[in-house]
Design a protein around this ligand. Structure first.
Ligand code: SAH
Ligand code: SF4
Ligand code: F3S
Length: 504
């Protein structure tokens, strides 16, 4: 039996038949194929079934999934956990107790990839101790040819590699991994259809994620995502609305709608329907908070602003990645908006939603960025007055147009620019937070603080972290908290009801 695995042989095939079969499913990814955007229609499959011979494959066994990257990956992990649970596996929080370990990877920057390769190396010892362990690599890194080749050549301890488009095939892939002598690789370069009704084991009972679309067609010149996630495909409004309703029925307090570029939602439909229409329907569902991420400024239309201005359960937080403050760099980045167009959008949003909290993503050190161009980023940051930002040093990604650009900016200069930007981000974050001192904010209580179990932690509608003392029974509820002290990244407050008790 392959690799000393102790599983019952399935009745259908001999090892020879399997070998033949693997040849047909082995598909090394190709960045070139991933670049093509086909006209073919995306089919939606509502039926998800597990083949009979794998139904109980995981009974008595445990799984562990390590997730890297964005919310999209976090949510994919919830789907994979759902599939594994359906197969009979149980979750474990200890890698060493697991019979299946999946690394759900991110390819956005080089350091994200390095972390994963470090972990793959580290798991070699565990695999040696426990040869029946199935070690799988999935997520965005596995969509890259170079990564798959490197694993094939240097990391034989990996049993299974699969991509972002074939998560629903996990039951079959696991079966192959148990019986194959070779590493099982199934990565589709081109996106597949939309699969509805996949099972999910969600991470908590308070906030839930709901995909509204998959993929990205923006092809910003520095970015790997359009290659790893395929073309833009929107889920049908009725399927999204039903999922949000279901979460509301289950008592969820908050839903975050997910997509790489949610403002392009509906552009692939043959009927007139966009994110504004969707939000206008979802706001009628009885759930206290609705968020969405991530926005691309280019497709952020007036209709959406108009709908968001209705407030209610649509929270006043918009994550609006700008990436850079200089129009020439924005052009080289392929962002299709200028500094002025972005500022105009911000002006419109602020006029319609006066208490809006704006956050952003910024890249420093894009190839050949000059000091003056970088300073444009600083001045734009100050002008918009973001509440916070994720800031990154540009990382060349193989196969993207920017990776071919010659770059004369030394890394030391890039690091120094990042530090200057972060100093500004911190300064303005504190400034913005100070405005909440002595104000009462609505907090969705998420749990105990990581640092101090006597303290509860939660989020405001604007996504600010609040710490305060209160009973555990408040977890999962909305409470009013009076902010006493603002810090750069958190607000410390007191429960308003407690204050009322004290003063009466
Ligand atoms: N779809 C989202 C972004 C997803 S990636 C959007 O367009 O807003 C999250 C962030 O990572 C990006 O906003 C960008 O700031 C950063 N990023 C993407 N590619 C990068 C690269 N090659 N180097 C450094 N940062 C990068
Ligand atoms: Fe990447 Fe641009 Fe798509 Fe965002 S919009 S995922 S940065 S290509
Ligand atoms: Fe990373 Fe893929 Fe998300 S590259 S940021 S996990 S879409």
């Amino acid at each position: 039996m392959a690799k000393g695995k102790k599983r019952n042989s399935p009745d259908l095939k001999s090892e020879k038949d399997y070998a033949k079969y693997f040849e047909t499913i082995y598909q090394p990814p190709s960045l070139r194929d991933a670049r093509r955007r086909g006209k073919e229609e995306v089919k939606i499959h509502y039926k998800y079934e597990i083949p009979d011979d794998v139904k109980n494959i995981g009974v008595g066994l445990k799984f562990y999934i390590r997730t890297y990257g964005c919310q999209m990956n976090e949510h994919d992990t919830e789907v994979m956990a759902g599939i594994l649970t359906d197969l009979g596996y149980e979750p474990t929080v200890e890698e060493k107790d697991a019979d299946v370990i999946l690394l759900n990877t991110c390819a956005i920057r080089e350091n994200a990839e390095n972390k994963v390769f470090g972990e793959i190396g580290h798991l070699k010892a565990l695999k040696r101790e426990k040869p029946e362990l199935i070690l799988g690599v999935c997520g965005c890194m596995s969509q890259q040819e170079s990564v798959v080749n490197r694993i094939l050549q240097k990391h034989p301890q990996v049993d299974l590699i699969f991509g972002t488009h074939n998560i629903h095939r996990l039951p079959i892939l696991l079966r192959e991994a148990y019986y194959s002598k070779e590493m099982v690789v199934e990565v589709l370069s081109k996106e597949g259809d939309i699969i509805e009704n996949l099972p999910r084991v969600r991470k908590g009972k308070i906030s839930g994620w709901v995909n509204i679309m998959y993929g990205c067609d923006k092809f910003c010149t520095y970015c790997i995502v359009p290659y790893t996630r395929g073309k833009e495909r929107s889920r049908m409004p009725k399927d999204i609305i039903e999922e949000v309703r279901q979460l509301a029925r289950e008592g969820y307090q908050e839903v975050t709608l997910l997509g790489q570029n949610v403002n392009a939602y509906g552009k692939d439909f043959d009927f007139e329907y966009g994110l504004g229409h969707l939000m206008d329907e979802i706001r009628k569902i009885d759930i206290p908070r609705i968020r969405f991420t991530t926005s691309h400024p280019r497709d952020f239309d007036d209709h959406l602003i108009e709908v968001l201005a209705k407030g209610g359960n649509l929270v006043e937080h918009i994550h609006l990645p700008v990436q850079h403050g200089n129009s020439e760099i924005l052009k080289l980045m392929g962002r299709v908006y200028t500094r002025d167009e972005y500022l105009e959008l911000v002006r419109k949003i602020k006029a319609a939603i006066p208490n809006v909290v704006l956050t952003t993503d910024i890249i420093v050190g894009f190839p050949n960025e000059t000091e003056e161009q970088f300073e444009d980023t600083l001045s734009l940051y100050r002008e918009v007055g973001y509440d916070s930002a994720y800031t990154f040093i540009y990382s060349p990604r193989e196969g993207t147009p920017a990776a071919k650009m010659k770059d004369d900016v030394p890394m030391a200069v890039k690091k120094e620019r990042l530090q200057r930007l972060n100093a500004l981000v911190n300064e303005i974050a504190l400034d913005k937070n100070k405005r909440y001192e002595n104000e009462v904010v609505e907090v969705l209580v998420q749990g105990e603080s990581k640092k101090n179990s006597d303290v509860l932690t939660g989020y405001t509608r604007g996504n600010k972290v609040v710490h305060f003392h209160g009973p555990e029974s408040l977890i999962g509820t909305l409470v009013d908290v009076r902010i006493k002290k603002a810090k750069t990244w958190t607000l410390d407050g007191e429960l308003e009801e407690m204050l009322e008790v004290k003063s009466s």
